[in-house]
Design a protein around this ligand. Structure first.
Ligand code: ATP
Ligand code: MG
Length: 424
């Protein structure tokens, strides 16, 4: 990584995306210097299955982003999701030692000890801890504390969320990136990175579910009281919707993808006899063009997307004790599938709430604003989540001591971010 730069790399099943962010050393604000997206290769359902193909696609995407940003980069941060991720809640308690014998104020050392204690769970040899995220601290039975330092008490308890990933998957990702001649600085849970670009602090407090509608996988993260409480992933995404269209209509897969993106809709009530239209699909190998009604297309898409949302909802319910019907935040949709017409209505119907919105990364400057789409949530989130990395590298270069100045980005700037600054 060149100094002051942070490069987010999202290795998706259908697209590889890159965002190069530049951190202003004075204000700590991030500006997006350039982005790029290239067709992915060598992946199946979010997992790299052909290292050489994936490496070439990664190199191409980073090269293109470097050109767009007019700069070169040395290292990247990336994200993983899918079935290789597992997460669990844990807790631990320690006595408060205080900074000296006479007081019993919680010190930074106490917080570090309680985190260590609550994360001392046995992780199988083939997995590694990706994140340890404090959810809340409890001092002498009083809970809901986000920053316990200087609280007076005897017993300090921490509740944490631990995310683990398969070691081999991380090794494969690192190997691809290194073969493409870049270093890998950090690996984030994909949905957690996305919270940094699209979630607001208040909705994470009230209880929200972020749903990433990808091509090969659909991943979800349940947030409550400002922190993650459960993850879920199903190995099904937009590619299956395209396959359904191909199978039912008999058109080619590339035409099915084209008409899905251009005319697809997943909420049948939007299509009435008055506005239903004919979609002309070019015939294969000189055959006559096919004609498909948009309502027919919509029926196919809605059936599969309804199933995807239902599976996500069930997986989240399975993985948490929180009654999700009582969450009062939002369902936040990201990923390419969030650009489908009618997706808000369908999600509202399945999750039985009107609080559904599309997660679009906020405006972070830059000449091109092409990253303001739900499928850029991961790369922009990665840049925002890791900007302290760029700052510390920059400071090291200039001989400064690293100080992570909290900056005011929006209400979503916050606890979650401060927590990450402390622990990663
Ligand atoms: N305008 C659109 N309407 C409907 N679907 C769309 C639209 N644009 C993209 N998609 C779909 O979104 C999916 C790609 O989303 P995305 O780029 O987030 O996936 P990915 O990151 O490559 O995959 P994954 O996260 O599963 O590894 C594809 O299935 C694509 O057909
Ligand atoms: Mg994706």
């Amino acid at each position: 990584m060149a100094d002051g730069k942070i490069v987010g790399l999202d290795i998706g099943t259908s697209e590889i995306r890159v965002a190069i962010g530049e951190v202003d050393p004075e204000t700590g604000n991030v500006q997006i210097a350039g982005t790029a997206s290239r067709k992915s290769a060598g992946l199946r359902n979010g997992v790299i299955v052909n290292i050489e193909d994936a490496k070439n696609a990664i190199k191409e995407a980073i090269d293109a982003a470097e050109q767009n940003a007019g700069t070169t980069v040395e290292s990247v941060v990336t994200a993983i999701g899918g079935s290789q991720i597992e997460s669990q809640n844990s807790r631990g308690t320690v006595p408060v030692t205080g900074s000296n014998k006479s007081d019993k104020e919680v010190s930074r050392a106490d917080v570090e000890r309680v985190i260590q204690y609550s994360t001392a769970i046995k992780v199988p040899d083939d997995r590694e801890k990706l994140h340890v995220i404090p959810q809340e601290y409890i001092v002498d039975g009083v809970g809901g504390i986000q920053d316990p330092i200087h609280r007076i008490g005897i017993r300090l308890e921490a509740k944490v969320h631990i995310v683990t990933a398969a070691k081999t998957i991380i090794q494969i990702i690192r190997s691809c990136i290194q073969r493409a001649d870049y270093n890998l600085d950090a690996v984030w849970l994909k949905t957690l990175a996305q919270t940094q670009s699209v979630c607001h602090q208040d909705e994470m407090e009230l209880g929200s579910i972020l749903v990433d509608l990808g091509a090969g996988t659909t991943d979800a993260l349940l947030l409550y009281k400002g922190a993650p409480v459960a993850t879920a992933s199903i190995p099904v995404g937009g590619n299956l919707v395209t396959n359904d269209i191909q199978i039912v209509t008999g058109i080619s897969n590339s035409n099915a993808e084209l008409i899905k993106v251009q005319h697809g809709c997943c909420w049948l009530p939007d299509i009435t006899p008055e506005n239903d239209m004919q979609i002309v699909v070019p015939g294969v190998g000189g055959r006559d063009p096919d004609i498909i009604m948009q309502s027919q297309l919509c029926q196919i898409i809605q059936a599969r997307m309804e199933q995807i949302f239902t599976m996500v909802k069930s997986a989240i319910i399975r993985n948490t004790n929180e009654p999700i019907s009582q969450l009062t935040g939002n369902i936040i949709l990201t990923g390419g599938g969030a650009m489908m017409q009618g997706v808000l209505d369908l999600a509202q119907s399945v999750f039985q709430t009107s609080s559904v919105r599309i997660g679009i990364p906020e405006d972070l400057g830059g000449v091109e604003k092409d990253y303001r789409r739900p499928d850029y949530a991961t790369v922009i989130g990665l840049v925002l989540a890791n900007k302290s990395l760029a700052q510390s590298k920059d400071n090291r270069k200039h001989g400064k001591v690293h100080s992570s100045k909290p900056e005011k980005r929006k209400s979503g700037e916050s606890k979650l971010k401060k927590i990450f600054k402390s622990f990663f």
